[in-house]
Design a protein around this ligand. Structure first.
Ligand code: SF4
Length: 124
């Protein structure tokens, strides 16, 4: 038996997962989303990732970013390395792609702020 805490909503149900031949049996979930979470967590755990990326602009040296889709949990540190070695050199805005298809995972790293454009407006 495996025990997990569901992180889909703030209720944080304690899930128990056991295997019956080829199917997983989930108990402790207060709704269906918990069962889906447990199934995914046992077979292909994924997470979203938010961080910041360096820029060349002294008035805004870092820009908030996130991945456009959930990525495999096991790849989070690899994606963080890619983010940490990236430097934004143009005044991109919210939703613009910083790293296209990061590590071939099918998700982009995108900007979540218009900070660089706003700062440009302040200085021009
Ligand atoms: S099982 Fe449902 S109610 Fe419980 S934490 Fe997960 S999403 Fe929330």
């Amino acid at each position: 038996m495996t025990e997990l805490t569901c992180i889909v909503c703030p209720r944080s149900c304690k899930l128990q997962i056991s295997a019956d031949k080829e199917t997983l049996i989930v108990t402790g979930n207060a709704c269906k989303r918990g069962a889906v979470f447990a199934q995914n967590e046992m077979t292909d755990p994924r997470r979203t990732l938010c961080s910041t990326v360096a820029t060349v602009f002294p008035e805004a040296p870092v820009l908030p970013v996130r991945v456009s889709d959930e990525i495999p949990k096991a790849k989070i540190f690899d994606v963080m390395r890619e983010i940490n070695r990236t430097v934004v050199k143009t005044r991109i805005g919210r939703g613009d792609v910083v790293i296209k298809n990061v590590l071939g995972l099918g998700a982009d790293v995108i900007a979540t702020s218009d900070l660089l454009k706003e700062k440009a407006g302040e200085t021009s």
